[in-house]
Design a protein around this ligand. Sequence first.
Ligand SMILES: [Fe+2]
Ligand SMILES: [Fe+2]
Length: 498
Amino acid sequence: MSTAPHDGAREGAREGARDGAHDAPDDTAKLMEAGGHLLLRLTALLRTARTYDVSNQAFQRQMQEFVAALRAIHEDEDEAALAVVADYFYLNGVRIKAHATLLGAYHSLMAEFERRQVGGLRFLPGVDEAEIERFFQIFQAAEDPAIAEHLGDTLVEAAITNIVVVPVAELEVDDVTRDLADQPKQQTERSRAKKVFWRAVLGTKKIVLRARATGRPDLRQAKRLVQPIVDSIMKHEYSIVGLTALKEHDEYTYAHCVNVAILSIGMGQQLGLSRQALADLGVAGLLHDLGKMSVPGDVLRKPGALSGEEWAMMRRHPIEGALMVSRMPGLSVVMLDSMRACFEHHMNYNRTGYPEVDLEWGQATMSRIVAMADCFDAITAHRAYAKRAQTPFEALQILLGPNRVNFDPAVLWALVKSVGLYPAGTVLQTASGHVVLVTSPNPKDGLRPHCRVLVRPDGSAPAEDAPELWDPMPDGDRAVRVLLPEEYRGKTSDLLAA
Ligand SMILES: [Fe+2]
Ligand SMILES: [Fe+2]
């Protein structure tokens, strides 16, 4: 069903890649920034279109912002062509970097495109608001694969001529990139991991929002999100463990659940659990904080100490979570494990913590694993009242130090084995004189993780688009010092997300 506009898109993109009209670095930076802005606006508009009719004020407001973003691009460019190839978005051939603040929108939009088999959208300068309204009505409906299949033709029939859909099958990296040296590697282990991770984060958000409406979580959906995580860890692909170090983005609330699932599965594998048990453990990890839904938002987000009453509300979340899971129809092992993990994830090995139980209470192994993963992830997240977050290395020191009495020693060992002695996100100085950022663990050797070079021994730094990766740290090298954020002031969160 290749029609003229699609071929035009392909050719247009090719020409754009070669004509050199945008070679000036200023131009590229401008497009990169405009691209990020357009992504945010488009994501917000799609989210609104899901809830409101196009005539609603909420949609109209979002649409005006979106149109303003388009107009700004059209001032200098012939069109605004947004394309997604090999896990990256491009605006007019310039790759839009997935900065930390953009991560949620980046991956949610990618999922929207993928669901409709859309590889790109071209907005031509003649586009007006009426056309955009019609377009989004059709685009929303195209969640139905039968409509998605004929999306291009449907748009033409609806007289939408200034917005052109480029089907996913017609796009290849060469078609959209201007700078051929800038091509990302296709489907590396890391790019697969990123896909699984973000799908899980956005899927968890859906589960939580739906559970808020129905009063109970969708266990089947949770299983579907967890399965690919189990698959990668069973294949000894640990890039996904490294992604748990990403904390500074808008979707962290949901990412926390995913991080706990990933870390739990990683630890479960070290402890020799079966594939089935790992999947159940992952679901339990994903749902552990479900009860927080019953805690008012201002209490959850309150910076500083909680009052007695607020603290009491907070301490009820394990019980509320267990109750929510118990409302699921039927009975299964995964449901019982999840219930227990909800109930027991703030209990300590020495029976301190909450809810209060007597010493005879036997905390399930699954819950001990989830509790450990929860603690590790929570310590490293930034809190409004703290100057800075603990680094993952500091977190390990806390957990292995005086706090160790709170945890089952075997489970603590499994944590160290699965995140390594220098967990992802740690900045190290090595014996060879490099400064490196740990990107993911190397379970074969906890002392030699996978890294990305930040500074070479001669003081130079690799270009952001041509990263020097150590997969893993070379045999002859070793870490000599862990740098604190005060010592290495470069921003590492975007590099972790890259
Ligand atoms: Fe919790
Ligand atoms: Fe938690």
